[in-house]
Design a protein around this ligand. Structure first.
Ligand SMILES: *[C@@H]1O[C@H](CO)[C@@H](O)[C@H](O)[C@H]1NC(C)=O
Ligand SMILES: *[C@@H]1O[C@H](CO)[C@@H](O)[C@H](O)[C@H]1NC(C)=O
Length: 294
């Protein structure tokens, strides 16, 4: 099905396979995202992943593990398109601006950071609605995704959907910077191989290591983003700008609190990456066989 001489799928099909893979990953891994958000919103003692999940199932029903899944699914395809287009455009722009001849590590870091910031604009309203739906304090407040959008706009104004934009930009810029910087270095230092299976293993290993390190760097920004987006306009607005908010969390709850939700975030990476890979390959194979008749 996947011999080494295979040429890549036409872009439209590649995009489709990527989007299906992305949605599949969300469908399987989403409960970890709910647990992550709950941990980041909490200011008290950390409860473990298993305890959080079993309490949710017991007190709120099994469906609660999937509450808020629609916004990330809705934005998955547009997010991929944006990421791809931004990567192309920034690579071309920076090559011209700074006279890079080929893709180097610093170029790939710069491009990754810029693409991450661009992506943040698109996803932030969807992230905000997701966080509100995941928040335990909002049980019984919102009736599904459309209702959450409507109620936020009605009571807080449309601009409220962009709360947390700055923190999201930080989160993405830091993640992409660390990830692309590392991937480049790891791949550069791995033995080159023509064997597609070996290449796949190399890519998967580089992606996983890159993902773990990038997550270690960006989790504090994710904590602050969740806190900012969780504020629903009632009571004191505790967090405004990202850097002071980091200091506030560290001062009030201790440095370790900047890593709330780290474990569920990291646990998603390996299996999540595996799902992306397998679904992408499977869908690509299906398209080649049944649509392109290769
Ligand atoms: C959600 O919808 C149900 C059925 O339409 C309704 O009874 C309930 O009051 C609604 N809850 C909220 C919080 O809007
Ligand atoms: C954040 O901004 C709001 C008004 O926009 C202000 O009332 C609040 O005190 C600020 N919070 C902090 C921690 O500066």
């Amino acid at each position: 099905m996947s011999d080494s001489a295979q040429k890549p799928l036409p872009f439209g099909f590649q995009f489709l396979a990527g989007a299906i893979a992305g949605v599949s990953e969300i469908l399987v891994m989403y409960p970890l995202d709910v647990v992550k958000t709950r941990a980041q919103l909490s200011t008290g003692a950390n409860t473990g992943i298993i305890t959080t999940m079993s309490n949710m199932v017991k007190n709120e029903g099994a469906a609660s593990l999937y509450r808020g899944i629609l916004p990330p699914i809705m934005v998955e395809a547009p997010k991929r398109a944006t990421k791809f287009a931004a990567n192309e455009q920034y690579t071309a722009l920076y090559k011209k601006m700074f006279g890079f001849e080929k893709v180097t590590q610093s170029l790939s870091v710069m491009t990754g950071v810029s693409a991450g910031i661009t992506e943040a604009f698109l996803i932030v309203p969807f992230e905000l609605v997701k966080v509100r739906m995941q928040d335990k304090r909002n049980l019984g407040k919102y009736n599904g995704t459309a209702d959450t959008f409507k109620k936020i706009i009605a009571s807080e104004g449309a601009l409220a959907l962009f709360n947390g934009l700055e923190a999201t930009m930080w989160r993405h810029a830091v993640w992409n910077g660390a990830y692309f910087g590392l991937i480049f270095t790891v791949k550069d230092n791995m033995p080159k191989s023509k064997d597609p299976n070996q290449q796949r293993i190399t890519n998967f290993a580089a992606g996983t290591v890159g993902g773990i390190v990038a997550t270690a760097f960006n989790t504090p920004f994710d904590v602050v983003k969740t806190r900012i987006q969780g504020y629903d306009g009632v009571g004191v607005k505790k967090y405004n700008w990202t850097l002071p908010a980091l200091a506030t969390v560290a001062k009030e709850e201790g440095m370790a609190s900047l890593y709330r939700g780290f474990l569920p975030k990291v646990l998603r990476l390996g299996p999540g990456g595996g799902i992306l890979l397998v679904v992408f390959e499977t869908v690509s194979g299906f398209i080649r066989k049944n649509i392109l008749k290769e």
